[in-house]
Design a protein around this ligand. Structure first.
Ligand SMILES: [Fe+2]
Length: 139
């Protein structure tokens, strides 16, 4: 998505969050270890659907346009919201189980997901949405 993005702020936001996401994987491994469980990769159907939607936006919009950026932000925020609900729910579950260390790990990632989401909102509000509204429609 960073490759498809036009705005430098959006490219940066995608790249930075990609790095953060690698740390999130490490944190999940720690959480599994604390729970005495072995982590296993499992395909997420919902995330696959959201990812496909993002690919569709890239296909249907023109390269180098703010309109494409608007679509990318919408798709990326769906990813963030899905992650926020999942990390939020799991952190709460860990708290209920008295696994506070695990809850803390999940809550740290949850905060980073929320920050990524707010950053995308800011990029949309500050320039991309307006720029897209000024672009010509071609259909
Ligand atoms: Fe995320």
């Amino acid at each position: 998505m960073s490759k498809a993005a036009t705005s430098p702020e959006l490219k940066r936001a995608f790249l930075d969050h990609l790095e953060e996401t690698k740390v999130h994987v490490t944190r999940l491994e720690q959480a599994f270890e604390l729970m005495g469980e072995k982590p296993r990769a499992k395909k997420c159907d919902a995330m696959e659907g959201i990812t496909k939607e993002g690919e569709g936006i890239i296909e249907e919009t023109e390269k180098g346009t703010a309109t494409r950026d608007v679509g990318l932000i919408l798709a990326a925020q769906k990813v963030e919201h899905y992650e926020i609900s999942t990390y939020g729910g799991l952190a709460q579950l860990a708290r209920t189980l008295g696994r506070n260390e695990v809850a803390e790990i999940l809550a740290t990632t949850l905060e980073e997901e929320k920050n990524a989401d707010s950053l995308l909102t800011g990029i949309a509000e500050n320039n991309v949405n307006y720029d897209a509204s000024e672009e010509e429609e071609d259909d």
